[in-house]
Design a protein around this ligand. Structure first.
Ligand code: G3P
Ligand code: MG
Length: 365
């Protein structure tokens, strides 16, 4: 059962706290700000524009490097979201996307051929993390004649820029070099081609057209079945694509599909967010803290708030991560209920992100 508002509403000691905001269904719908998000975020800055409360965006979405997304969000929300900044003693960032944990896999694949799938710039995302030999699915598929029998019926294929000059050789010898792993970076665009070519890669040991039962590793940035975009009802997410791929793979291959999913609700995502917020806390530490509380910059958070719209992703994740995480569920996205989610009840349910921030300020004052 969820804790009641009054139980949560007493926080007698001066607390240090931070906030993680979900994006889709809380801050934005498509590219449109919702729930008073620009006003709510402005309250986290002091009058001179410096960050007062450590906060970040914790989204399962993605498709562009974190720094680029920070710039995009700054424009949409009219606040200054930090792109990745390396200072002498720390790295600061305020956007953590579903694919961010892929960064921890670089050592295993640094110079091995990998394929990156999804909307936006999936290969740029992986290169940004340090992967050296990466091809987007768009580019990879373009090197195999007739690999997608439906390509001629896809009007957008005309816009594809890869291999306009068919005499040019591929950047890598994809006809003899095995793909060592496939990464679903963001929501796949062309499901029929992506499922077809992924099945080719996964059932052939990484070389379409060959026979080899060894399945190369497959990684998903997240496993959201549905999410809130600009359309009024929910849209199918990466988890839906995973189900489709898995169902088909199991029909054409003797062994089950092996894969790993990252993103929320995994606990390591919240642990990582806590570590980043800790660094942001040092940036936002005000003079009062330094003068009156010498160790202020080092003390642990008393509370970290996760504001999300998806009970089985955002709220479940915050619950599993346990203290110091508290969960706040908004009614602007996946959750449409009145009281609370029966399966993953949040610590607090509010109408929108503005109400959530308002509540946090009252509790922490
Ligand atoms: O594709 C994005 C979706 O899976 C969820 O995004 O911001 O609600 O975690 P978000
Ligand atoms: Mg969401």
């Amino acid at each position: 059962t969820s804790r009641t508002f009054s139980q949560l509403h007493s926080n007698p000691e001066r607390s240090s706290f931070g906030i993680a905001f979900d994006i889709d269904g809380v801050i934005l719908r498509g590219r449109t700000p919702i729930g008073g998000s620009p006003q709510a975020l402005k309250r986290l800055y002091s009058e001179c524009g410096t960050m007062k409360i450590p906060f970040l965006f914790l989204t399962n979405g993605g498709g562009v490097p974190e720094s680029k997304r920070a710039i995009e969000l700054s424009e949409l929300l009219d606040v200054n979201i930090l792109p990745l900044q390396h200072l002498s003693f720390m790295s600061l960032m305020q956007v953590v996307q579903g694919h961010y944990p892929f960064k921890t896999l670089v050592a295993g694949y640094e110079n091995k051929l990998i394929v990156a799938i999804g909307k936006g710039e999936p290969a740029e995302v992986m290169s940004d993390y340090g992967f050296k030999k990466v091809l987007s699915m768009d580019e990879y598929a373009s090197y195999f004649d007739n690999i997608d029998p439906l390509a001629q019926y896809k009007i957008w294929e005309a816009k594809t820029t890869f291999r306009e000059d068919r005499s040019l050789l591929p950047r890598y010898d994809v006809l003899s070099e095995r793909v060592q792993a496939a990464f679903i970076v963001s929501d796949p665009v062309d499901w029929s081609r992506d499922i077809q070519v992924l099945c080719d890669i996964l059932t052939s040991g990484g070389l379409p057209g060959q026979a080899n039962r060894h399945q190369p590793p497959l990684y998903f940035a997240a496993d959201d079945l549905e999410y809130q975009a600009a359309f009024p009802s929910m849209r199918l997410g990466m988890g839906a694509f995973r189900i489709a791929l898995e169902a088909i793979f199991s029909e054409i291959h003797p062994l089950p599909l092996e894969y790993t999913s990252y993103g929320k609700p995994n606990s390591f995502v919240f642990k990582n967010a806590e570590a980043i917020l800790k660094q942001l806390q040092q940036l936002s530490c005000d003079e009062h803290d330094v003068l009156h509380n010498g160790d202020a910059v080092n003390h642990s958070f008393r509370t970290l708030y996760m504001i999300g719209d998806n009970p089985s992703v955002d709220i479940k994740g915050a619950q599993q991560a346990r203290s110091p995480w508290l969960s706040i569920l908004t009614r602007t996205g996946v959750f449409r209920g009145e009281i609370n989610d029966p399966e993953f009840p949040a610590d607090l349910v509010v109408d929108d992100v503005e109400e959530a921030v308002d509540y946090i300020f009252r509790r922490e004052s």
